[in-house]
Ligand binder design. Structure first.
Ligand code: NAD
Ligand code: MLT
Length: 312
């Protein structure tokens, strides 16, 4: 595939530019373009690299008359209209492995922050109040962590939380019980998981079968006080149901990195005392950003070297 001019439209580690420049590709970094500016700009480029801020819409793809490939420096391609890309013979590629550890580590931090109210105690202490009474936590030892989605991130979360002595159970329609056992997860159907879990963490894409997976019906099947963690995709947790469950005590806490709408404007949820939240920071480590930048640019080089793809 012939790629001579690449547009990077989101903030990416400079490793991406360095790798592409070594192959004499012209690389322009233009972030924070408005949709109209992107539609105008894309006309000149063979390839586009984005993170999550750029919405690669039908209009953008159709305006990209020279466009051959769109690279997502991360896992989810939900910000790219893959259907239109496919119709227009534009290849969509991602960098699935580079931020696995970062997202898994943030998930573990969420579990531990729900067990021990570090965030609330810290902000009270910073406000000048020495309060030892209000912040009694609980141990995670011998508690049950349910992992829904046993892919790259789910598995890393399992291994890490097992080190804290948690029992790990989980479900994934594409993973067998034997494979789950190989990383210490007891495979169970969802109906068996709900009443057993002390903590439930989601590591699934947002697709039809996962939209609103955590909702009022499933929450009511859970143990009273269940804690929900979502560092996967907004929309897999029904936020209104979660808020109701937090208010009634059916849910004992939530650790949220992703939201139905981003930036999230659901202040009642964000400000809830039982919620620990971050603004989609799962992949935001120095290491992960270097890895995804390298991963996506090396894939570009592989495409350039590949004659097997029937793309001019
Ligand atoms: P992955 O593809 O390795 O794993 C996802 C797993 O979900 C797969 O094993 C798949 O079989 C499973 N799955 C699909 N449908 C399911 C269902 N109905 N029920 C249960 N499991 C189901 O992906 P990953 O790298 O582990 O990423 C998981 C999610 O985390 C993705 O949505 C990704 O976009 C997101 N993510 C978020 C951040 C962040 O910044 N918060 C960072 C990285 C990844
Ligand atoms: C991903 O899907 O890789 C994450 O959501 C991280 C990101 O947005 O960069």
């Amino acid at each position: 595939m012939n790629i001579s001019k690449v547009l990077i439209s989101d903030a990416l580690d400079k490793a991406a530019v360095d790798i592409l420049l070594k192959r004499n590709i012209i690389v322009d970094v233009k972030t924070k373009l408005t949709p109209a500016e992107l539609i105008e700009t894309i006309k000149d480029y063979d390839a586009l690299i984005v993170r999550s801020a750029t919405r690669v819409t039908k209009e953008v793809i159709e305006a990209g008359k020279k466009l051959k490939v769109i690279g997502r420096a991360g896992v989810g391609v939900d910000n790219i209209d893959v259907e239109t890309a496919t119709k227009n013979r534009v290849l969509v590629i991602n960098a699935p492995g580079g931020n696995t550890i970062a997202a898994a580590e943030l998930t573990c931090i969420m579990v531990l922050s729900l067990a021990r109210p570090v965030v609330a105690a810290c902000s009270k202490l910073k406000s000048g109040v020495w309060d030892k009474e209000s912040f009694k936590g609980s141990e995670v030892l011998d508690k049950t962590l349910a992992i829904i989605g046993l892919g790259r991130i789910g598995r890393e979360v399992a291994r890490r939380m097992q080190a804290f002595g948690m029992r790990t159970i989980g479900y994934d329609p594409f993973v067998t019980p034997d494979v789950a056992q190989s990383f210490g997860v007891e495979f169970m159907e969802l109906e068996k998981i709900w009443p057993l879990a002390d903590y439930i963490t989601l590591h699934v894409p947002l697709i039809e079968s996962t939209r609103g997976l955590i909702n009022s019906v499933t929450l009511n099947k859970c143990k009273k006080g269940v804690k929900i963690i979502n560092c996967s995709r907004g929309g897999t947790v029904d936020e209104k149901s979660l808020l109701e469950a937090l208010n009634s005590g059916q849910a004992g806490g939530a650790g949220l990195d992703v939201f139905e709408e981003e930036p999230c404007k659901f202040t009642e949820l964000l400000e809830h005392p039982k919620v620990v939240c971050t603004p989609h920071l799962g992949a935001s480590t120095k290491e992960a950003q270097i890895k995804v930048a390298e991963e996506i640019s090396f894939q570009f080089l592989t495409l350039m070297d590949s004659d097997s793809l029937n793309v001019p």
